[in-house]
Design a protein. Sequence first.
Length: 465
Amino acid sequence: MSWPSLREAVLASSPSLGVVALALAGGLLVVLALAWIMRRRDDAFPLLVAMALPFRVPIALEGRTVNLLVPLYLVIAAGTLAHLLPRLYRGEWRRLRGLEWLLLASVGLYALQTIYSSDPARAGENIAFFYLPFALLYMVLREVDWSGELLLRCLAVWVVLGVLFAGVGFVEYARKSLFLNPKVVAANQYDNYFRVNSLFFDPNIYGRFLALVMVAVTGVLMLSARREQVLAGGLILAWLLGGLITSFSQSSIAALLLGLAVLAGWRWDARKTLYVSLALIAAAFAIVLAAPASLHFGLKGSSGSTSNATSGRTKLIGGGLELFAQRPLEGYGSGSFQKEFERHRRASVQNATSASHTIPVTVAAEQGIVGLALYVALLAAAFVVLLRGAGRSPPRIIVAACFAALVLHTWTYAAFLEDPLTWTLLALGVALASERPRRAASAALSGGLAAPAACAREGAAPGGQ
């Protein structure tokens, strides 16, 4: 075959090459423009991160659709170009701390365990699309000078997005029709209730975002002495709660309750908060066990079972524990859960999933005791950094409450280091825990919050801590 005919054949078989080249050129221009803005404004990067965090773009990849955080990737690339690379060039690299070494070790171990994984393609996707870009996100965010005003502005961006997302969810619920994700559309046809996912591709990820926004807003309202701020915040929380309920995400509601419990323990009394929380958990279990089948909790009726009540998660957890028992030391390799679950349980692709919906079980099945031990060490170090000496710093407590809620959500759903919110909260917590940003952020959150924050600095923090 001659070169012209070969060239025509290649072009005919790849009609999207021109579109891809155009998209890459456009993305490069966007990155350069954003980097220029970031060089002129120090607050541009964190604000743009807050704006871009929730948005996902469906990309066809190897016969399936992957929802990628394309807007966030552009912001991270611009932030790396504008802030991280100049710091490296000038030798202003800050040494890694204990938590950061554990994060690096987690990424390194995940990459190493792709060698024997039964699904190295999926593991490679996780590294390329999640671990590496989010590690860059962390490194840039930890160097930000987090003033009280900047914290509130980023939260305001989240609140606006949350209100808009909930509004879209209400429209979906009223129409009984989703804008995105055909899988959820199909599932709604067989459920006794209708789940919305707004502009997200998953009702649980949608619920996770709303839950974290609500925890942060509640933390700020706890410091407010102005009646109009409390009323406005209460209306926002009611609107977001409505959006969360229409998602029917039990994991997100549990995460919200834990985040609120952390705030309550800090603001009032930790022991009383624990007692009240245990009482509420016991009451919830009693209601679920005694509820009639008409409430569709899934424990009673012709199809009632714990599997139905947990949307099949108990089967996934059981399968993950079986995989861990068979290879307890090294696991089956990064990203291998779906293939191994299908192979050992002989489950169909529709019944299997890429994770067990319980991150510790997924880590145990894929990475064995080594990966599980590293995961536990990472969590322990993270909570030590977020909570140690944070009693008199409201921003740090709010971040810790959000992170606790996020961790619980990963235990009842999925995506820990694969979620940019994890890296964002850890970077923010590390930055606020350091001496330089702590002086700036503890000064005040802004306006009406200045007095409570000042009291906190003088030792009169809520809860007497």
